[in-house]
Design a protein around this ligand. Structure first.
Ligand code: 1OR
Length: 305
């Protein structure tokens, strides 16, 4: 019936047109630069991308210390940062009480190309954090809740859900908070290799980091007959070339059919910063008693060895 239908907020085949905010080519240029490195925008087709760009609204935020989002509020917009810097505060006692300055503690900071405000829109939940500008000239681009849910969320939500449980089981990521794993999920790309296929080749430049979702791979090194290591679900590889900015120190080959979740160099550096030190400590060459820098043409102290 008509009345029942009106209660359904948005079925996907219902007629709906996203808002259109006309932009000058100068504005569009700035906007495109701002979203270009953001993983939430990377999986859109041309139509979706055009709709989202039209629907984004420029929002200058004057002054340091301006509050853009208040923890506990209802979510209305998702924001992309073009210019400026924003601190994120979480009060773990829950939402802020009126009249109290209970912003809680600073947990994050977000700069140009970053985004925030997706959680409340994705989960129909109160804002999880308070967001405050820390620079005096700031520009945000705001996307309304409906357009976010209809176009951007489809992809993001699926990807986060697909990888959430898996990333929780990856031991190198266990020190991260769930939100940090969610951001990694946004950036992951799936790849599959067949038995015998070479995934990375010793000596090649390193562009990607890999985590094994299923299957088995082996690490082989020139001049060594036996595989030096077997890798299975939850294991990672490809980090050394990225950490050391060096050629691949070994090859990795699929033993069975292998499903991988991969992170590009940029995502690796942006998102795995907090665990880079643990990865360095796990460097297999340290375990062998070999100076980990010795084959990257940069001999020197091996860091307390
Ligand atoms: P929102 O709609 O809930 C606040 O509004 C936004 O802050 C939130 O979406 C995220 O986009 C953003 N935990 C929760 N929200 C965060 C966090 C965060 N960082 C940014 N936001 N944590 C920081 C992780 C480094 C976890 C703290 C325990």
């Amino acid at each position: 019936s008509v009345s029942a239908e009106s209660l359904v907020p948005s079925s996907s085949n219902e007629e709906w047109n996203p808002p259109v905010y006309p932009k000058t080519s100068e504005q569009l240029g700035r906007l495109k630069t701002a979203v270009s490195g953001n993983f939430l925008f990377m999986h859109l087709d041309d139509d979706q991308s055009g709709q989202v760009l039209s629907a984004l609204m420029e929002k200058p935020i004057p002054g340091k210390g301006t509050r853009v989002i208040t923890q506990g509020d209802v979510g209305d917009f998702f924001y992309v940062v073009e210019k400026g810097s924003f601190d994120v505060y979480v009060n773990s006692a829950g939402s802020m009480l009126p009249g109290l300055d209970g912003m809680g503690k600073k947990v994050n900071s977000i700069g140009p190309g970053g985004s925030f405000g997706e959680l409340a829109l994705m989960y129909n939940a109160p804002r999880a954090a308070t967001i405050i500008s820390t620079t005096s000239h700031n520009i945000l681009w705001a996307l309304d809740r409906v357009t976010f849910r209809r176009i951007l969320m489809e992809n993001t939500f699926k990807r986060r859900r697909m990888y959430e449980a898996f990333l929780e089981e990856v031991s190198i990521l266990s020190s991260l908070v769930p939100y940090e794993r969610a951001k990694i999920a946004d950036a992951l790309e799936p790849f599959t290799f067949h038995p015998g296929e070479v995934i990375i080749q010793q000596g090649d430049p390193g562009d990607n980091f890999y985590i094994i979702e299923s299957g088995e791979a082996e690490v082989v090194k020139q001049g060594i007959h036996e595989p030096i290591k077997r890798l299975t679900k939850g294991d990672y590889f490809g980090e050394l070339a990225l950490l050391n900015d060096a050629p691949r120190a070994a090859s990795v080959r699929a033993v069975t059919r292998v499903k991988l979740a991969t992170l590009g160099k940029d995502g690796f550096q942006r998102l795995l910063g907090p665990v880079a030190e643990i990865m360095r400590r796990n460097d297999p060459r340290l375990a062998e008693g070999v100076d980990p820098l010795s084959d990257v043409g940069n001999p020197g102290p091996s860091g307390g060895f």
